[in-house]
Design a protein around this ligand. Structure first.
Ligand SMILES: [Ca+2]
Length: 324
């Protein structure tokens, strides 16, 4: 038994989303991981549709054994005016393919309650891969102040470190979706690894890769080929590129193989209002400022600074091009 490597327990907090779908499939296809649940959040779509899509993706993969817990429908401050990125992923979140509704249902528990429960069941052993706005995680911290110490690691797709955002020059979409929640999570004291768009904008799925997916017999590759068209069109319109950024699957791979990236450590605070709402500001903690700042005394987090992009794309493709 000693030779058997223990699988890492993972909860994916997600707003599916075309690249979320890809990340979920990569997770299910990764022998290093045991996906213990999906929790849902608004972002690419509203929360109810995120739940429907999460159930649909698990049914597509034949993994209805994995529970889905529905997350918050409002921000941590109860704002109901949400930023929904349907222009990126289609109004159904999955490239407007008119998939039938899922047969299954979410569990009764809320996402935050599920996160707290799993952290208590397996202290120090559960990794949360957060692929949407951070509301559910902030609610988990509020629900159980010991959650940050009981959760193993939180890997966050969020922020733009020393680069422009993708909602506006200041803000990256997941942080912009609920900046107050993001600030709670970044300063909660958990073992946090943040992957910003300075990283994910280096990881591009090219036309050649797309063709390989289209020509593959794998059910995952075929499914993704069908929904990727909308995402390619958005990237051509927004960035004038023939390819798509692999935000969510890249972040997921940090749970599979952290050595694909390098990291620095410091304190991240989030701007919660004004024209720079959603801005993530990293303090490298190397300078002792002459006055008390909002970063002073806050716990440090890890932020990814470089990525082996070809290796990330290769691993994603390897996981998706087969289905057994
Ligand atoms: Ca996402």
């Amino acid at each position: 038994m000693a030779a058997v490597t223990k699988k890492k327990k993972v909860i994916i907090d997600t707003d599916p989303g075309i690249d979320d779908a890809m990340a979920i499939f990569v997770a299910l296809r990764s022998p290093e991981l045991e996906v213990v649940g999906l929790t849902t959040i608004f972002g690419n779509v509203y929360t109810a549709l995120a739940t429907r899509n999460a159930l649909h993706l698990l049914e597509t993969a034949g993994r209805t054994d994995i529970p889905v817990a529905e997350g918050s429908h409002v921000t941590i401050k109860k704002a109901t005016k949400l930023r929904i990125a349907s222009f990126v992923h289609g109004s159904d979140g999955l490239g407007n393919q008119n998939f039938p509704p899922p047969a299954g249902k979410a569990v009764e528990q809320s996402a935050a309650a599920f996160l707290v429960e799993q952290a208590n069941l397996y202290p120090g052993q559960v990794t949360v891969v957060a692929l949407g706005p951070l509301t559910n995680l902030a609610l988990a911290v509020e629900l159980d102040p010991s959650f940050p110490k009981k959760i193993g690691q939180i890997i966050i797709l969020g922020g733009a470190y020393s680069v422009n955002g993708n909602v506006n020059p200041a803000a990256e979409a997941n942080i912009f979706g609920d900046p107050d929640a993001a600030d709670i999570v970044f300063t909660c004291g958990a073992d946090i690894l943040a992957i910003g768009i300075n990283i994910t904008h280096q990881v591009l799925l090219s036309d050649v890769d797309r063709k390989k997916l289209e020509e593959s017999d794998s059910k995952y590759a075929r499914y993704l080929s069908n929904i990727l068209g909308y995402y390619y069109d958005y990237h051509m319109d927004a960035y004038s590129i023939t390819g798509v950024y692999l935000h969510d699957p890249t972040t997921l791979l940090a749970a599979v193989d952290p050595s694909l990236m390098t990291y620095t450590e410091g304190v991240v605070r989030v701007q919660t209002d004004g024209i720079t709402k959603g801005l993530t500001v990293f303090d490298n903690t190397k300078k002792t400022y002459g006055e008390i700042t909002a970063w002073c005394g806050k716990p440090t987090v890890k932020v990814a600074v470089t990525v082996d992009a070809p290796a990330v794309v290769e691993l994603i493709m390897q996981r998706l091009l087969t289905d057994d």
